[in-house]
Design a protein around this ligand. Structure first.
Ligand code: SF4
Ligand code: SF4
Ligand code: SF4
Ligand code: FES
Length: 414
């Protein structure tokens, strides 16, 4: 039997644990697989390595200097140490430099309790600083009605800038200035003008970019979490609703989870306030003498039942038609059609799920025999050619739009 060398995987030893990982895996990711968390600021698995913060330094046997684990791929037989005295000292030094300028305003920072800088500082640094110089101060700048910017907290990791460019392809942000005085800015003298996906808010590891919709309202441990699916469009993004006292405080998404893989659009990220908007009908209403008056659920259901019985007796079941929004869950849609068919006795049922895109549905049926999607998101992002007909996909299905942008960027899809 011929000797074959497996070039698809490599073996690496991290803090004494040996594991096999795919060739090309970064040391920081291999460590994660071994259950070792290497501290980092600028690294994010969604972004190309930038290695600008130096927080992720590790020792690699036979390599004379410490290496950035976020930009170093594992090699076969590599031995990595992440917690030696030299490595710990390097991590402490990076933190000491960051904290030399950081305002340490955790008590009034919305990131407090889930901040990487806070966590790493607790883990590595002494409670005193050797720096006596005056800290840098950036002039407070109004950013946008939705996003708050506090540059004194920025660790200059550029994750926000890179996300906005690499993932969103919007390029609304840029670093301006040099050294510690580097500041994240948007373009122009007006307020931020972008797609408001909230990605920069989610990806900032500290409290430098936060949401204005929930400012000063919570600490993470006060929030109840519930995983669900955004119902605004058919992309079906996985979201986590966070609520305090039955009020939605924020919506998040998580890298590696759901079809959206951590990305959201403005409706998903900022649109949750619609649930408590004063215009939202929160109570049943009955029209009496031409005027809508609020009623209890018992009164409303009784009124509907009596009216339905009377109309059915007088005009028969075919006098009824049921219309239901496609925003309801499949379970609600199912119960509705059962009610119309079995209780009322009619098949006159329709939903915007059908007539909303009726032309598209008919065309798809003719072309491919079904109106359902026959491709996955992965098919889209790996496609070489895409045919878009009469759509602004970024507006209607933003996450599908991101996959199309990915195809264009990665393979020059046309
Ligand atoms: S909200 Fe989205 S589009 Fe706007 S600046 Fe942030 S990342 Fe860019
Ligand atoms: S604003 Fe946040 S994400 Fe952007 S560079 Fe500063 S710390 Fe990094
Ligand atoms: S793309 Fe936006 S609206 Fe559509 S499911 Fe995702 S977050 Fe919701
Ligand atoms: S995380 Fe590696 S250099 Fe920033």
């Amino acid at each position: 039997m011929p000797n074959t060398i497996d070039t698809d995987t490599v073996r690496v030893t991290i803090d004494g644990q040996t594991l096999t990982v795919p060739t090309g895996t970064l040391v920081i990711e291999a460590a994660r697989q071994a259950g070792v968390m290497i501290p980092h600021f600028c690294y994010h698995p969604k972004l190309k390595p930038d290695a600008n913060c130096r927080m992720c330094l590790v020792e690699i046997e036979k390599v004379p200097k410490l290496q950035t684990s976020c930009s170093t791929p594992v090699a076969n037989g590599m031995v990595v140490r992440t917690a030696t005295t030299v490595v710990n000292d390097a991590h402490k030094s990076v933190l000491e430099f960051i904290l030399a300028n950081h305002p340490l305003d955790c008590p009034v920072c919305d990131q407090g309790g889930r901040c990487d800088l806070q966590d790493f500082s607790h883990q590595y640094t002494p409670t005193t600083s050797r720096f006596i110089e005056i800290k840098r101060v950036f002039q407070k700048e109004y950013f946008s009605p939705l996003i708050e910017k506090e540059m004194n907290r920025c660790v200059q990791c550029l994750r926000c800038v890179r996300y906005c460019d690499e993932v969103m392809d919007v390029k609304a942000l840029a670093p301006v200035g040099r050294g510690t005085m580097t500041e994240i800015k948007h373009f122009g003298s007006h307020e931020l003008d972008c797609e408001f996906c909230g990605g920069c808010v989610q990806i900032c590891p500290v409290g430098a970019i936060t949401s204005r919709l929930s400012m000063y309202e919570f600490r993470p441990w006060m929030l109840k979490r519930a995983d669900t699916i955004c119902t605004y469009c058919g992309d079906g993004c996985r979201i986590t609703i966070q609520a305090k006292a039955n009020q939605i405080i924020e919506v998040n998404s998580e890298y590696g989870v759901g079809r959206n893989n951590g990305d959201l659009c403005p409706r998903g990220f900022f649109g949750y306030h619609v649930s408590t908007h004063p215009d939202r009908i929160m109570q049943p209403m009955i029209r009496r003498n031409g005027v809508l008056v609020t009623a209890t659920w018992e009164e409303a259901l009784e009124y509907v039942a009596e009216t339905c019985i009377a109309l059915k007796l007088k005009h028969g079941p075919q006098a009824f038609a049921g219309l239901i929004t496609s925003r309801c869950t499949n379970e609600d849609l199912y119960v509705f059609q059962k009610f119309m068919r079995l209780v009322i006795g009619t098949n006159n049922i329709d939903s915007s799920a059908r007539y909303g895109q009726v032309n598209g549905v008919r065309a798809l049926r003719r072309v491919q025999g079904t109106h359902r999607w026959t491709v996955t998101f992965e098919d889209l992002s790996s496609a070489n050619a895409l045919l878009l007909v009469g759509t602004n996909v970024t507006e209607t299905n933003p996450i599908t739009g991101l996959r199309i942008k990915e195809a264009v960027k990665k393979h020059g899809a046309s």
